[in-house]
Design a protein around this ligand. Sequence first.
Ligand SMILES: Cc1cc2nc3c(=O)[nH]c(=O)nc-3n(C[C@H](O)[C@H](O)[C@H](O)COP(=O)(O)OP(=O)(O)OC[C@H]3O[C@@H](n4cnc5c(N)ncnc54)[C@H](O)[C@@H]3O)c2cc1C
Length: 490
Amino acid sequence: NEGMANPKEKTFSFVVVGGGIAGVTCVEQLASQIPSADVALITAGPHIKAVTNYKQVSKLLEEFDVEECPSSVLEEKFHNLTVIHSAVKSLHTQSHTVETADGCVFGYEKLCICSGGRPKLLTQDNPNVLGIRDTDSAQEFQKRLSKAKRIVVVGNGGIALELVYEVEGCEVVWAIKDKAIGNTFFDAGAAQFLIPLLEADKPERASPCKRPRYTTEESAPSCGSGPTEAGSALGPDWHEGIVLRGAEQVSHRVLLQYQCEVEKIFTSEELLNSPQQTVGPENGSWPIYVQLTNGNTFGCDFVVSATGVVPNTEPFLHSNKFALADDGGLQVDDHMMTSEQDVYAAGDVCTACWEHSPLWQQMRLWTQARQMGWYAGRCMVAHLLSEPIELDFCFELFSHITKFFSYKVVLLGKFNGQGLGPNHELLVRCTKGQEYVKVVLSGGRMVGAVLIGETDLEETFENLILNQMDLTPYGEELLNPNIDIEDYFD
Ligand SMILES: Cc1cc2nc3c(=O)[nH]c(=O)nc-3n(C[C@H](O)[C@H](O)[C@H](O)COP(=O)(O)OP(=O)(O)OC[C@H]3O[C@@H](n4cnc5c(N)ncnc54)[C@H](O)[C@@H]3O)c2cc1C
């Protein structure tokens, strides 16, 4: 029906695109704040992500579980909400409309884009190069792993870190571009604390995972495939529900390759056809080979590309001139507004471009997706009602709780000295196998901390960072394990 205008199905006060944590949290705000407003959630995947068991650990640290559930759960809760299962194909900011893949057009007064991101793949067209993003890709990974003897993992963020630790029964070659593992989250000291765990047998899990496991239901039919129709990103404990075991009997066998990147990827045929390439006695027997910039070449069953995410912006860019950040995200200001009128964005798809608090930085994490979705919803409501709104307190101080290698990990502020240059000092306390505590000081004031293990220091340190007290008089006593620091500062 070329040339025929699509029927405009309906105009909503608010339209939110994306059923991940950012989109769902935004929709919950909108639908509950203005019960008389019509709200639509348009999402490509069959399920939505819901935050459950939300717990405020301290002023800023929060913990929660994430459940994948059918969208009817949301619609039952909010009678002013309509969930539309289709991918947005294009956005027309002039006419304030979005068009979906199934040909429907929806109008909006205010729109929030929460379409997340997708894994940055080393190469798009090699079936032996996998990315992990959603439940489907995690299952595909598990299936492939069960038959694998060796895999190569590329990347040094949270996903690679957990993956390398969790995989058993398969040799893992881990290629990282930094000098230390987990560079996104830690420094070399913390890496040293964790490395012995990569070599040791893993302890039996004492108790089952506290968090609900990700469901592995069949995807709903008619969702198609392709980058824009993927489901939402997995979150904490994504590997808990699935067994990550390869075809061999070994427990952990990790071969670390530091300070290198992938130079070239080739198939066994390509290897056999280029006589100058040799990889030892196993020449040609693997389905895929990875040549690293350090000169080493490894054959393996498949490669996991865990080098970060690319914001899902394409469908929105065709007929609009969004300001994009260097990382490809939609630029948002301190009201989560993009450069296009009445269009907001939150979560992995956006890049926070306001002047950040000196103690905050954006990281594409679960917690920030929730905070941004929540705040974007508040801003959209405030703007509709012409009420003032200020940047939320949660953007004052970066805070994140997670788990690496079964240890509790708390990250606060400029935990890695980010952007501080040489003008900072570190205090470290480490008990092998038990805890690692690092404090970042700048001008005698605490600006960041890494806490690994059950340190019980998070609340005190959060306060010390927030109140910017001069800690010079305390010197190294600050980390003296024999002093109850909480009493000290009371
Ligand atoms: C394997 C893995 C492990 C992770 N582990 C952690 C962790 O331990 N801790 C942590 O904090 N973070 C972790 N993260 C990051 C975290 O999952 C993300 O930061 C977070 O989920 C982002 O939420 P979001 O709502 O912005 O995007 P997403 O969760 O990606 O949701 C995007 C939604 O948009 C929909 N969508 C996309 N395009 C369109 C379109 N064109 N039209 C309609 N709908 C569309 C998708 O279907 C999806 O529902 C992990 C990520 C991965 C992949």
